[in-house]
Structures are given as C-alpha cells and as structure tokens.
Design a binder for this molecule. Structure first.
Ligand SMILES: Nc1ccc([C@@H]2N[C@H](CO)[C@@H](O)[C@H]2O)cc1
Ligand SMILES: [Ca+2]
Length: 313
C-alpha cells in the first residue's frame, strides 16, 4: 500500500479525495491535515471532521494548519464551495476533534516516524503547510517519497487566465514546494478538467446506494450548479481525487517529466506554474505534470471506494 498524508481544504472535491483515500485498499491514510483555502481554516477543518464522521474514518489523526498564506491575504472560494465550504448536503456534527498538534508538526512527525522514501504527501489545497514543513524540518525533503499535488496547470488557469487557485492563493509557498528538491507531480487543471462528473458518473455513484454515496451525490449537485453558473461547465471537474488516483495507479492519471517553476512576481502571471515542454526533459528532472486521465477507470476507483466504505454503523 501507499502511505500518504492528505493536506486538504474541504471543499467538495477534497471531500471526495478523502473518501477515495479512505476507501481504496491501496492507500494507507497516515494523517489528514487542513489548510486555509476554499474557506477559512476553522470551516475546512470542521468539514474534514464531518466527512470523516460520516465515512467512519477512525484512528487517523486530523490536524489543522495554516490559517492564512505565508505573505498574502486570505482569498476563499465561496462562489464555488459556498459559505460553509461544503454547501449542499447536511453535515453531521464531527464525532471527534482535531488533535492539538499543528498540521506542520504532524506532517514532520509522520514523515520522520516512517522509513525514508515511504510516505507520499498529497496536498489538495494551497501549499502553505507543505512549505512550512519543508522549512521547519528540511530533513523531510530527502525522506518524503514524493509530493503529488492537485494544483497548477500547464496551459490552463482558473483563478486567473494562467494561474490555478491552489497555487495563486499562496504562490510563495508553491515556489518553495516546487524548488525544494523532492519529486513533485503536478496534477493540474489540464488533467482535472478531464475528470468531469457527467450524468453517467452521477448514476453510478447513486447506484452504490449508501449514505456516503448519497452524500457525494448531494455534494456534486451543489458543485455542478456553482460550476455551471460561475465557470460555465456543463459538468463539474472533480479535481482533488485525481491526485489520490495518481498515487493509486499512475496509468489512470499519467504524468510526464518536465521542468516547472512558479511565478511569484508577474503583474499578469503571478501564481502561474511555468512548465517547459520545449524539448525532452533534462536528466534527473524532479518535476512532472499529469496530462492524461483514463476517465472510465478513474470514476471506477471512486465508485469502488464508496462501495468499500459501505454504510458505517
Ligand atoms: N473555482 C474553484 C476554486 C477553487 C477550487 C479548489 N482549488 C482546486 C482547483 O482549482 C481544488 O483543490 C478545489 O478544491 C475549485 C474551483
Ligand atoms: Ca482543494
């Protein structure tokens, strides 16, 4: 199994990423950490604990992290995720609290507690916690197996024409993460805009017939409506589980090596992940970008994970 730490900002698609990580037998969820992004830290943390409660996730520490970006002001995505950050379904009151440890310390402790090269960090929100962890304990950079993040894009933006939200809300943190020296797989919008939850996907999820499946269906009802109204999509792109899917099976989310740097100073381009596709990637290139999704097999992963979760007591 692949041991992961999921660093997230639930967020409709973060919630589905958490369910996929919990339900797929190939993933061992060591810890879940939260970061300001789609909504404020207290909201995304409560949301993560609510999803864990309804999915029956036990024995996994949840820790809250950064409540603001390194330098810039907070910018939430209430237009897409709503005021709670997880608008749509009724959310159960969390059955357990986050641990007292700060997310950055939990990330460091978790990496240092496992064999070198065995823990994968899976950020699906802004990269503030990951950057702080690399600065807090530089020794984790050589010890982490890889960082597989949902964020950025080669030729697509959403926060701006060229910048994706997770990078754009904390570009300085993203620059630290992309430059740290560990292997980074960028699962960006080029890939995640292929992960559309169309009618046949919705039918397959509903057919699972469990509480968590109904929860996901209600999440997607809301997410579909905001994505239609705000971004003009006929079906919503479910971004974050694509990062988890790459860890599960890199033939479902296929990545290519290419140099990637983060713009932090451009008047029009701040937050852009600048990928160099001009030629073959240099030897030892540590950054990769995911470009090709096997849509059918991806959604089979999600539906299978929901089946495995079943109806927790
Ligand atoms: N418009 C919009 C803004 C933010 C997000 C969140 N940021 C990433 C996609 O940009 C995902 O992690 C998702 O949770 C999605 C849509
Ligand atoms: Ca997210």
């Amino acid at each position: 199994t692949e041991k992961i730490v999921l660093d997230c900002d639930p967020g409709h698609d973060d919630a589905i990423a958490l369910l996929l990580a919990h339900g797929d037998p190939r993933i061992e969820l060591l810890a879940v950490t939260t970061v300001v992004g789609n909504q404020t830290l207290d909201k995304v943390t409560r949301n993560a604990l609510s999803v864990a409660t309804l999915a029956g996730i036990t024995g996994v520490p949840f820790a809250a992290g950064a409540d603001r970006p390194l330098l810039r002001e907070i910018a939430v995505a209430a237009d897409i995720h709503g005021e709670t950050g997880l608008d749509g379904p009724e959310l159960p009151a969390p059955a357990f609290a986050a641990v007292d440890t700060h997310a950055v310390d939990l990330i460091v402790e978790t990496v240092l507690a496992h064999e070198p090269g065995t823990v994968t960090l899976v950020p699906t929100g802004g990269l503030t916690n990951i950057a702080l962890a690399a600065r807090r304990a530089p020794e984790i950079v050589g010890r982490v197996k890889r960082v597989v993040l949902m964020g950025g894009g080669v030729a697509v933006g959403n926060r701006t024409p060229v910048a994706e939200f997770n990078i754009a809300i904390d570009p300085e943190a993203a620059a630290i993460v992309f430059e740290a020296g560990w292997e980074v797989v960028m699962v960006g919008l080029d890939l995640t805009h292929q992960a559309l939850a169309g009618p046949e996907v919705r039918r397959a999820i509903r057919a699972v017939g469990t509480g968590p499946a109904r929860f996901v269906d209600e999440l997607l009802d809301f997410f579909a409506a905001t994505y239609r109204d705000v971004q003009g999509f006929d079906a919503p792109p479910v971004h974050d589980p694509c990062a988890v899917a790459h860890v599960i099976d890199p033939t479902i989310v296929r990545a290519l090596p290419m140099p990637i740097v983060v713009e932090t100073a451009g008047r029009h381009t701040t937050g852009m992940t600048v990928a160099d596709r001009r030629g073959p990637a240099p030897q030892g290139c540590r950054t990769h970008a995911a470009l090709e999704l096997d849509h059918t097999r991806f959604w089979e992963l999600v539906v299978d994970a929901l089946r495995t979760i079943g109806d927790p007591a």
